[in-house]
Design a binder for this molecule. Sequence first.
Ligand SMILES: Nc1ncnc2c1ncn2[C@@H]1O[C@H](COP(=O)(O)OP(=O)(O)OP(=O)(O)O)[C@@H](O)[C@H]1O
Ligand SMILES: [Mg+2]
Length: 512
Amino acid sequence: MLTIEHLAKHFPGQIALDDVDLEIAAGQIHALVGQNGSGKSTLIKCLAGYHEPTGDAPATFAPPSGGSAVRFDLAGGAAVDRVGIRFVHQDLALVDGMSAAENLALGSGFTTARMGRIRWSAEVARAEAALSDLGFADFDVRLPVGALTPAQKTAVAIARAVAESDDPAKSNVRLLILDEPTASLPGDDVVRLFTALEQLKARGVAILYVSHHLDEIFRIADVVTVLRDGRRVATKPIAELDHGSLIELMIGREMAAVERPPVSITESSRALVVRGLEGGTVRRLDLDVRAGEIVGVAGITGSGREDVVGLIIGQTPSASGSVSVGGQPVPPYRPRAGIAAGMASLPGDRKRLGIVPLLPVADNITLGNVEGHWRRGRLDRNAELHEAREWVERLSIITAGVLAPIGVLSGGNQQKALFARALRMAPGLLVLDEPTHGIDVGAKADIHELLDHAAADGAAVLVATTDTEELVRLTHRVVVMRGGEAVAELSGADLTVASIEHAQLAPEEAIV
Ligand SMILES: Nc1ncnc2c1ncn2[C@@H]1O[C@H](COP(=O)(O)OP(=O)(O)OP(=O)(O)O)[C@@H](O)[C@H]1O
Ligand SMILES: [Mg+2]
């Protein structure tokens, strides 16, 4: 269906894509994988006409009616709409101030009545239908998208991409391109997405799918293309690969099994004490995390899991309850009190709450605290940059330099910089929301190791995540939330992917 030849994209100081060829067949799910910064999103943005490729990059697309292929200019974004290529970008590309219904209409055009007036009720009905076709119909499509959860936003972006068009200038979807659509989707939503993708595939739609979750790749992909450092290193049928060989293609080496440092939990020292906490979707939560312990918080969307971190770090208003860190109370909206008590955190919504896109990588890393770099009343910028460079090195953050604006880094590399921001505070307590969201397998293993060592050195770690495998790998104990309360606690031999997933569901759902 689509053929791209010799695609290259050079940025100042960085080659993002180097002579990449790609062929995508109709009715096939083609996975595109590679480490953070390997060029996946850049390839997709070239196809969308957002980036202009460096040099000539011929692309051809099979026309809907058969016959000879349409050649198009990769820098001509408008052409992709005509041939039926649709996108769900990594940052979703939604307009936060507009409602879900309006965001959908931005893609397909508004329904108008006489005098060109927009028929809002029709728009709302259409958006509701599009979302419920996908199995996501649990929110008000008139709310501004900025107020939705990450999973709901993803649903809006997917619904917009697959919506059929009545506009003769646009073709209906024939190639759907999804850049990490499941990065903020909990497991049950991933299942719904896959059902929708299988249906599209059965209709002959081609799908290009980017994900760092290799289990997803093995579940739905027919063919896999691997990028490494901007080059295509392989395209293979999934049947010819297994986890180990795919990882080796991605990172260029085998992944060594890690040895975890011994657990040294001190019974007496409780780093985090939460009592009767209530707010957002959390109805009542009591929680203790001891020094040296890594505790997970699991739960499907709406269970309370999504608000635990915001409540503990004082970012979400709590209706009642208390949080204390290292014995000191941390009231809501007092980030300073939290920092003073030794708490560092990582927000779940990287784009909105994490990065400051136009500030350099260095400032994004150090902005939590620059006190260490004051010299006689002035900020020692060189020392600050030096420290930032050390973190870039330590976490293998791919960037043209510490002065590059963080917004141009690949998603996973932005996440690593936020990790550096939290870890450099040498915190007694780390509170993390979806910490490895968008991070590749190799870097994820590195981050897990860093957390293991932080805990072995006496830090307490609380991790809320939808990634059940991560919970099993990383934590000593998992608290499972349901209906706003902690309903189960799993540890030792009981801590498995299956037991977490089972405990997340209400008893009546779990029977099936
Ligand atoms: N607008 C830009 N300006 C400068 N450099 C850029 C820009 N966009 C991307 N890059 C660089 O190009 C490289 C490839 O980035 P890209 O976003 O394609 O990676 P990716 O494979 O999608 O990674 P991830 O898995 O982290 O999303 C990165 O090193 C990134 O820093
Ligand atoms: Mg990307």
